[in-house]
Design a protein around this ligand. Sequence first.
Ligand code: CA
Ligand code: CA
Ligand code: CA
Ligand code: CA
Length: 305
Amino acid sequence: MRKVALVVAAGCLLATSAFAHTPPGEVINAVKFPAGNEPTIDGDCSDWDAVPGDSYWVFADAFIPAGEGDSYRHPVEGLEKGDMDQSSFSPILRGGWSEHTNDFYYCHSVFDDAHTIDRAGDFDWYEDDGVESFFRFRHISPEEATALGTEGFGTYLGFNFSVPQSAAGPLWHVIGLCVGCEWLTEEETELHNLQWSFDGEEFGQSTYHYEHRVHPFDGKQNDLEGAPENFEYQTLEDNQIIHYSIAFFDDDAHREDGRGGQWIIGGATGPENDWLMEPLNPNITWPDAMTAVESESWGRIKAQY
Ligand SMILES: [Ca+2]
Ligand SMILES: [Ca+2]
Ligand SMILES: [Ca+2]
Ligand SMILES: [Ca+2]
């Protein structure tokens, strides 16, 4: 099963070069967190409450149906952009970054009338209510990325997952840079940390929250092992554009066809969307980085001296 999945992943990589930036001309704002206000990665998106959603978040109406044709597990025939049946599936994307930590953050909330995890193989995240995240932190064109790939240098970073972990094995893998690397199954590393939670029923109607910190690592000679010392590291800056796309699979086992759809914001198989690392927005009132509890503790500490 694992071998089959690896072949599928390789096929996705080859298909990436065929896609131009989509939707053309659209840029999504990634909000800049002030130092000290970076999200706590715990599957709770409330760190983002100060951010006005209408200026930053991506909602169901921006999603494009993918998965046309019999070969797809999550068909969406006849649907156009924004035609998502929100009683079955409705996502909210939130993206941001911090100059202080040099990390990209996202917290995505996904309402689903039937959260389904029943895949037989650990790599078959796309058989369930799964997520595919595609990153390219370098601001290079797909053609330039392809040319680098031809030279044996990978710039495509992907995180695919479907939670909770299936009985079959590890939670996720990274396509391209590091397929099946064991270090990626670690709970938290400097390179990334993914946590999730859910409201509602674990395997019924629910809203899952996926919160992820991703360090901008992105390049590797294909002949080197996918280990941290072999990656290259980027520095996020004001007004930088990164490429980040996301695809959701909605597996609704209770349906006659068993499928709720496959939805993307841009690339179905690669990082196609432009995200702007926005400078600090002076109109956002961030909460004090030090919470009331911490202030109280701090006060007690100081009182001891
Ligand atoms: Ca959080
Ligand atoms: Ca659904
Ligand atoms: Ca399934
Ligand atoms: Ca579902």
